[in-house]
Design a protein around this ligand. Sequence first.
Ligand code: ZN
Length: 430
Amino acid sequence: MDAIKGLMDFIDRAPTAFHAVAQIAGVLEDAGYERLEETEPWRIIPGGRYFFTRNRSSLIALRIPAEGFTPFQIVASHGDSPCFKLKPNADRVSQGLAALNVEKYGGMLMATWLDRPLSVAGRLVVKGEKGLETRLVNVERELALIPNVPIHFNRNANDGVALNAQVDMLPIVGMEGADVMAAVAECAGVGKAQIAGADLFLYNRDPARRFGVNGEFIAAPRLDDLACAYASLRALLAAKPSKHIDVMCVFDNEEVGSGSKQGAGSTLLIDALRRVALALGAGSQALEAALAGSFMVSADNAHAAHPGHPEKYDEQNRVFMNRGVVVKSNANQKYTSDGLSAAVFEGICEGAGVPTQRFSNRSDIAGGSTLGNIVSASASMNAVDIGLAQLAMHSACETMGAEDVGHMIRALAAFHEAEIRVTGDGSVAL
Ligand code: ZN
């Protein structure tokens, strides 16, 4: 399928990290990947392809070469995006209207969530015949909206408004008495009384769309980081067989610090790599040596130069949409890239004919962080931070360059196909 259309469909069907992971799992199964369960012993053979999920919201895919146990070449991204999460007692009533009690999930531009149709999706825990079961749910219709205060009551609104998450972010869902949980339960095919627990989120109902004189851009919710997650999936499937173990990770909870059991700060990745080693008969010496010789690409979107605010960006290290894959650097190591890892990755891209560009923040702006350096705490190896240039990061609707979808897929496929040989003296053969 066309990569741009494929990304837009993927985003439309991934209102939450749960749905993103379910979609990726389905694509991998169709491509012949075998599903593993963490709760059971793993049987892994040379030449095999596998994946597993944790919490149904993080996923790791593994492609084992015919050679058996080798170093790893890993691409990591995240499947969650900033949004609002329903609190446990979510029903609220105000001014004769049924509303939802929500809290912030991650650091979003709150104003972008106002005055646009929203809905609810996530995971339900339901009482089944054998105990508790989990069900994904997505109410696929316009269900909620967070109304602004009119300018007549806030004459300075265009000078900037301080929004209070408890007071201003009040999604209305109907007239008083409207039962939103009953609507969610019906959508999941269960009775409301069966619901024992829930992880439900608001999402923007806008579909992904192209815009521009020549359709140069994609406007969509959750581009950070579904664009990289999707590209990493396509790249893994497109890459020719290699002589090392290829790994794709899509982590949950990056937007809230990666500290959960399924986040990049957990033992998820190292658990998987260790189990692969054990299943292939490699001992801990072999595993440690393999890790030292491994390479990780942390793929998370980057800030494209804003047309109205060029002063926010470093003069020599700003990046632009549709001009290729971004390699991110930061002296404080918020990004994992260093001179060596950046050179390795840029060399691979050059060989594949994919343009790259370098990003670094202004020295007086802290900027963001991502999951690469967090993963390094448990699974340390050479790593580079990359991404796609986008505008309005953490808005309910973000913008990226349409051409960059193909750039990222080709770059990551070339990364999987490259045979990176790291040696102890710091040299790398390609
Ligand atoms: Zn991100």
